[in-house]
Ligand binder design. Structure first.
Ligand SMILES: Cc1cc2nc3c(=O)[nH]c(=O)nc-3n(C[C@H](O)[C@H](O)[C@H](O)COP(=O)(O)O)c2cc1C
Length: 172
């Protein structure tokens, strides 16, 4: 039984959150962490838990246009230079109610804006046939390029632990 954490990230904040979540999940599962462009297009039979996350852009999941804008503003290479979680989820196969799933995002702490990439990802996971087992969760950054707000790394690790516990406890 394995878990797969798939992330998209422009400046590294969502990547860092994904690694913390994976560390939390690893208390109960073997975990693979994949940047979205190298993530599998089909979820294998050994995957029991799928966690997907990305940065919030323009109140939702990234699009080609917002990723371009991030690249222009960054002035450096982006962590995810290819497609995003939106496109990956749209092309994903292997959805099954036997695979538990959850979604997360990062977004700015202040000003708190409406909208969240995780909500969009969660909806797509459900539509794709996965069993969504948690509300969408956001982790906060201090500015567009970060850093993560204080305490968010620990909160991400704890969230990973809680999700993994939910999956294993359900099985008893
Ligand atoms: C083009 C663009 C649009 C953004 N729109 C939003 C938004 O609507 N709401 C929000 O809270 N943050 C927004 N942000 C901030 C991102 O959420 C932030 O850059 C991200 O969480 C950082 O994660 P990353 O380093 O993994 O890319 C936006 C950032 C960019 C580059």
């Amino acid at each position: 039984m394995r878990a797969l954490v798939v992330y998209e990230s422009m400046f590294g904040n969502t990547e860092a959150v994904a690694e913390e979540i994976a560390a939390g999940v690893a208390t109960r599962f073997g975990v693979d962490v994949a940047e979205v462009s190298s993530a599998p297009r089909s979820i294998g039979g050994d995957v029991r838990l799928l966690i997907v996350g990305g940065p919030t852009h323009a109140f939702g999941m990234t699009r080609a246009s917002t990723r371009r804008s991030a690249a222009e503003q960054a002035g450096r290479d982006l962590v995810s230079a290819g497609e995003g979680v939106r496109e990956w989820l749209d092309s994903l196969s292997g959805g099954s109610p036997d695979v538990d799933a959850a979604a997360f995002d990062t977004r700015v702490r202040r000003p708190r804006l409406p909208g969240s990439a995780a909500r969009g990802a969660r909806k797509r996971l459900r539509r794709g046939g996965f069993r969504v087992i948690a509300p969408a969760v956001s982790f906060f950054v201090e500015g567009m390029t970060g850093p993560l707000s204080q305490g968010e790394s620990q909160r991400a690790r704890q969230w990973g632990e809680q999700i993994a516990a939910r999956v294993t406890e359900k099985q008893r």
